[in-house]
Design a protein around this ligand. Structure first.
Ligand code: HAM
Length: 427
């Protein structure tokens, strides 16, 4: 086997990574908060297949978006079906809403997911080909209070995670009617400046002018700074809706910033769009989450007209922030006793004692792979476990156990049969 092949075998695919027990200290912290508040806000969990018909994503996200044009992991099955690993969750949730007749359920339907997503992007810090999102969708609710509630929920999650310096950016891109007026205004503004745009933006101008707002190239950002703003093209209804969302946010003192150029990279949005940005991040992947309203998506996929709003939080990016912020992750489940054994017979007795302790609900830990008392006590010390139960040859034979207090260094001998009661009484 050549060195190159070996290397490929031991590395995960580009842009993907293994999550190890140490990572789960942070992941579990995030998941405990998100699960708790999803429940409090009345969201029920949903799971859909990890792949869907390619067309579902093309139609939902939009043919001329970066995700559909460049980033989908698509393949044909042996039977000739064209499938795609989901690059985002909203399209799948909208599809499931129709499939499962959720329009007959009590409205709005509030759904929550924690899912892996797949996008063929150029991997860099904060940008992966397989990543995870925690998403919330409220389907069947057109009231602006739901836009505000989704934002409030995310804000609560960030607060409970003790993450600081997060900014809410918000905008409204209107509905199909006002957007077509805005699109014409954009084209009128950009056409005479086309030669000064980057090559990508020249294509965007022809195919999907709204996407001109997404470009990060300096010369395009400069041109954008005087471009027409969506907010000036809203019809009365979209204007009132947006005003209402902001009033709800004011009511609970949420510190949002209006960003007139925020349009988001997916075509299904209508009216409100928003992002949670980590302030002070110099690198570009500072968006910890984003979402918005998608009032026409379900109808476009063949369902009944169903207004909806949602958000997805990028878990890897948030976990990175939790790590950087050095947040205390709370009390870990720690054991009450640590078992030490000194010979083969003692090992058997220790194995049985461990079983009895767990059955009795006394959390115990061990280091059965180690033989010497010194190395086992070192582990107990590292784990900061106060009570150590030592079984040597003598104790194994006369059914006793030595209880060692690691703080004071004192030891006592107790009957094996009484040990669980004694330990229960100890601190
Ligand atoms: P999105 O803005 O494409 O929205 O993704 C949401 C979040 O996922 C981003 O803010 C970011 O934190 C994270 N994310 C996106 N791409 C990557 C990547 N390649 N690597 C790591 N993290 C990433 C959506 O996906 C919409 N479905 C959100 C939504 C739900 N809108 C309505 N409902």
């Amino acid at each position: 086997m050549s060195a190159k092949i070996k290397q490929e075998l031991i590395n995960p695919p580009r842009g993907t990574t293994d999550l190890l027990p140490n990572d789960f200290l942070y992941w579990d912290y995030f998941l405990s908060v998100i699960n708790k508040y999803a429940g409090i806000y009345g969201f029920g969990k949903i799971e859909t297949p990890i792949m869907e018909d390619t067309d579902l994503f093309v139609r939902s996200i939009g043919e001329t978006t970066d995700i559909v044009e460049k980033e989908m992991f698509s393949f044909a099955t042996r039977g000739g079906d064209k499938l795609t690993l989901r690059p985002e969750g909203t399209a799948s949730v909208a599809r499931a809403y129709i499939t499962n007749g959720m329009s007959k359920w009590s409205q709005p339907v509030k759904l929550f997911y924690v899912w892996p997503m797949f996008r063929y992007e150029r991997p860099q810090a904060g940008r992966r080909r397989q990543f995870n999102q925690a998403g919330f969708e409220i389907l069947g609710g057109g009231d602006p209070i739901f836009d505000a509630q989704i934002i409030q929920l995310c804000w609560t999650v960030f607060e409970k995670l003790k993450l600081k310096n997060i900014a809410i950016q918000i905008n409204s891109i209107g509905d199909a009617k006002c957007r077509s007026k805005y699109r014409s205004a954009l084209v009128d503004y950009y056409r005479p400046r086309a030669s000064k745009l980057c090559a990508n933006c020249r294509v965007r101008l022809a195919k999907n002018p709204l996407r001109l707002m997404d470009c990060k190239e300096e010369k395009c950002v400069l041109i954008r700074s005087s471009a027409p703003q969506t907010i000036d093209y809203l019809c009365q209804e979209c204007h009132d809706h947006f005003k209402s969302v902001l009033e709800y946010l004011d009511e609970i003192n949420l510190p949002y910033m209006l960003n007139p150029y925020l349009v988001r990279g997916l075509d299904y949005y209508t009216k409100t769009v928003f992002e949670f940005i980590s302030e002070g991040d110099e690198y570009r992947q500072s968006s910890l989450g984003g979402g918005g309203r998608y009032d026409t998506l379900i109808e476009m996929l063949g369902g009944e007209p169903t207004p909806a709003v949602g958000v997805a939080l990028g878990i890897e990016r948030i976990v990175e922030k939790i790590k950087e912020a050095n947040i205390s992750l709370g009390k870990k489940v720690s054991a009450k006793v640590f078992l030490v054994q000194l010979c083969d017979l003692a090992k058997k007795k220790s194995f049985k004692l461990f079983n009895d302790l767990i059955e009795a609900g006394v959390p115990a830990m061990e280091s059965f792979g180690r033989g010497s008392i010194k190395s086992q006590l070192r582990v107990a010390n590292r784990l900061k476990i106060k009570n150590v139960l030592i079984i040597g040859q003598k104790e194994a034979l006369d059914n006793t156990v030595i209880i060692r207090d690691m703080e004071s260094g004192t030891q006592e001998v107790a009957d094996r049969a009484k040990i669980i009661n004694i330990i229960r009484k100890k601190k």
